[in-house]
Design a protein around this ligand. Structure first.
Ligand code: BES
Ligand code: MN
Ligand code: ZN
Length: 484
C-alpha cells in the first residue's frame, strides 16, 4: 500500500480528486466546517435520519453533486482521539473495500496528529490483508492501492512522521500475521529460520541459526527436552539489528516459537487444538518488529532470540515427572508437558545474558489463564521493574496495542516448589498466568526484564479467525522510545 500526505483544508474537500473520499466526523454534527456541497449533504443525511451521529456509523454517497470525488463516505468517530479515528477509518474501509476504489483520500473534520496518521495506516493495512497462502481462492486482494491523508498545512510534518511509522509497523504486523496464520505443516521451526534469514537481507540486520547440536553444546537441556518429542529439527534463531554504536547495550526481544503445541504427553483436548499453530505468535512478533525496524532504521541496538520447536507426544517425548537441566544449571521437574513455553523460554533468557542487555522482553502465547484474566484486548505485562513496565504500557497505548500490568509477588512462587528439582514447571490453576511469569523470573536475575503474555491478543477466534500481528506495534514503539 502506498501512503501519502496532501495538504488541503477542510473547507476545500469537495475539490479533492480521488476514487473515493472518506471523511471522519466527530463532535458536534452541526459544526463540521466542511465546504458547501459536503456540508449540505451531511446536514441533509442527518436530518433525514440516514446518518446517526454515533461511533462506527457510516454513510455512502455516490457521485454527490458538486463534489469531485466519485464516492464519498462519512464515518462517525466516538471522539477526536486516534483510537476512535482508527475505528472510524476501519468502518469506512469496510464499505469501500468491495468497491473498485484504487485511490482513497482520507480526511477528518477534527485535528490530525501523528498518532491519527499512524492509526490510519494501521486500519488500512488491517483491512486489506487477506490470508491466501494455502487458500489462493480466497477473496481477491482489494483494488485499493493508494491512500492519501488530507491534512492542514500545520499538521503536515507530524502527519508524515506518523504515517511513515504506521506504514512500517503495518509491514511488520502483516509479516507476523502471515507467519502465525500458516499451518503447522508449513510454518515449522525451519520455516521461521528461513523467514529470519530473509530479514538478514535488509539493512543493519544479521541472523544466526543454531541447530540442535549447537544448542546441546550450550547446555539448553530444557529447550531440547521439549524439542525431543518431534521429528522436526529445532532451531534457535538469533537476530541482530545494529542501529547504534557497538558499546550501546541492546534491547533483547525473546519470542516463544512453538510452531505447534499438542500439549505433548499431557495432550490437549481435540476441540480448537488447530489454533495451537499460533503458539509461535511471540516469535512472529519478534520477526515483525525487526521488519518494522528495517523500514525505520532507528539508532538503537536490538537482539531477537527465538527458540523454536514443536511440542509433540511420541516415544521420545518428555514425560510428566521427568527432570531436565536448564542452561542456567537449575533443574526443572516437568509436571505437565503442556507447560512447554516456559521450558523453551528459560534457556533463551539465560542465553540473553551474553548480550549484557539494557532490557530483556519476552513475548509468549504462554497461558490460557491470561486469556481468562484479561480477555482479548490487553496483553498481560509482568515486570518487577516499574520504569520498564511503565515504558511498555506507554508504548502499548501509543501503538493502540495496549497491555495491562499484572503482579509478581514472591508469594506466587511457592506454587512452583518441587521435591525432585529446583522447581516444578506448573503451579496449579490459580493465578496460572502469574505462576508462569514467576517461573520465567527465576532465569532473569542478571538484567532488567519484562514478560508479555499474548495468548489472548495474538489471535482472534470466531468468524474473523486468524492472527492479529500483535504486539508488533507495542514492541516497535518501545524500541523507538529507546533510540537516540
Ligand atoms: N500455548 C499454551 C497457552 C495458550 C492457551 C495459548 C490458549 C493460547 C490459547 C501453553 O503452552 C499451555 O498449554 N499452557 C497451559 C499451562 C498449564 C498446563 C499450566 C495452559 O494454559 O493450559
Ligand atoms: Mn502448551
Ligand atoms: Zn504452548
Amino acid at each position: 500500500m502506498d501512503f501519502r500526505i496532501l495538504t488541503t483544508t477542510t473547507s476545500s474537500l469537495s475539490k479533492v480528486s480521488a476514487d473515493a473520499l472518506l471523511i471522519v466526523v466527530a463532535g458536534d454534527p452541526k459544526q463540521q466546517g466542511l465546504d458547501d456541497p459536503l456540508d449540505r449533504a451531511l446536514a441533509d443525511a442527518i436530518a433525514a435520519g440516514d446518518l446517526a451521529f454515533k461511533a462506527g456509523r457510516t454513510l455512502y454517497l455516490h457521485r454527490p453533486v458538486g463534489v469531485k470525488a466519485a464516492r464519498v463516505v462519512f464515518a462517525v468517530a466516538g471522539d477526536a482521539g486516534p483510537k476512535a479515528f482508527k475505528a472510524a477509518v476501519a468502518a469506512g474501509l469496510g464499505l469501500i473495500k468491495p468497491l473498485g476504489v484504487k485511490h482513497l483520500a482520507v480526511a477528518a473534520t477534527g485535528a490530525i496528529e501523528a498518532t491519527h496518521a499512524e492509526a490510519a495506516a494501521a486500519a488500512a493495512s488491517d483491512a486489506t490483508y487477506s490470508y491466501r497462502h494455502t487458500k489462493p481462492s480466497a477473496s481477491p486482494a482489494p483494488a485499493l492501492q493508494k491512500i492519501t491523508l488530507l491534512v492542514d498545512k500545520a499538521e503536515a510534518k507530524a502527519a508524515q512522521t506518523g504515517l511513515s511509522r504506521g506504514a512500517a509497523i503495518a509491514v511488520g504486523v502483516a509479516l507476523a500475521r502471515e507467519c502465525a496464520n500458516r499451518p503447522g505443516n508449513h510454518c515449522t521451526p525451519s520455516y521461521l529460520a528461513a523467514e529470519a534469514r530473509k530479514l538478514a537481507k535488509l539493512p543493519r540486520i544479521k541472523v544466526d541459526v543454531l541447530d540442535r547440536k549447537a544448542c546441546e553444546k550450550l547446555g539448553m537441556g530444557s529447550f531440547l527436552a521439549v524439542a525431543q518429542g518431534s521429528d522436526e529439527p529445532p532451531k534457535f534463531i538469533v537476530l541482530r539489528y545494529d542501529g547504534a554504536a557497538r558499546s550501546d547495550a541492546p534491547v533483547v526481544l525473546v519470542g516463544k516459537g512453538i510452531t505447534f503445541d499438542t500439549g505433548g504427553i499431557s495432550i490437549k483436548p481435540a476441540a480448537e487444538m488447530d489454533e495451537m499453530k499460533y503458539d509461535m505468535g511471540g516469535a512472529a512478533s519478534v520477526l515483525g518488529s525487526f521488519r518494522a525496524l528495517a523500514e525505520l532504521q532507528p539508532r538503537v541496538n536490538v537482539v531477537g532470540l527465538i527458540p523454536s520447536c514443536e511440542n509433540m507426544p511420541s516415544g521420545r517425548a518428555i514425560k510428566p515427572g521427568d527432570v531436565v537441566t536448564s542452561m542456567s544449571g537449575q533443574t526443572i521437574e516437568v509436571l505437565n508437558t503442556d507447560a512447554e513455553g516456559r521450558l523453551i523460554l528459560c534457556d533463551a533468557l539465560t542465553y540473553a545474558e551474553r548480550f549484557k542487555p539494557a532490557a530483556v522482553i519476552d513475548i509468549a502465547t504462554l497461558t490460557g489463564a491470561c486469556v481468562i484474566a484479561l480477555g482479548h484486548h490487553r496483553s498481560g505485562l509482568f515486570s518487577a521493574d516499574d520504569a520498564l513496565a511503565d515504558a511498555l504500557l506507554e508504548a502499548g497505548s501509543a501503538g493502540l496495542d495496549p497491555a495491562w500490568r499484572m503482579p509478581l509477588d514472591d508469594e506466587y512462587e511457592e506454587a512452583l516448589r518441587s521435591n525432585f528439582a529446583d522447581m516444578g514447571n506448573v503451579g496449579g490453576r490459580a493465578g496460572g498466568a502469574i505462576t508462569a511469569a514467576m517461573f520465567l523470573k527465576k532465569f532473569t536475575a542478571k538484567y532488567r526484564w519484562a514478560h508479555l503474555d499474548i495468548a489472548g491478543t495474538a489471535w482472534k477466534s470466531g468468524a474473523a479467525k486468524g492472527a492479529t500481528g500483535r504486539p508488533v506495534p507495542l514492541l516497535t514503539h518501545f524500541v523507538l522510545s529507546r533510540a537516540r
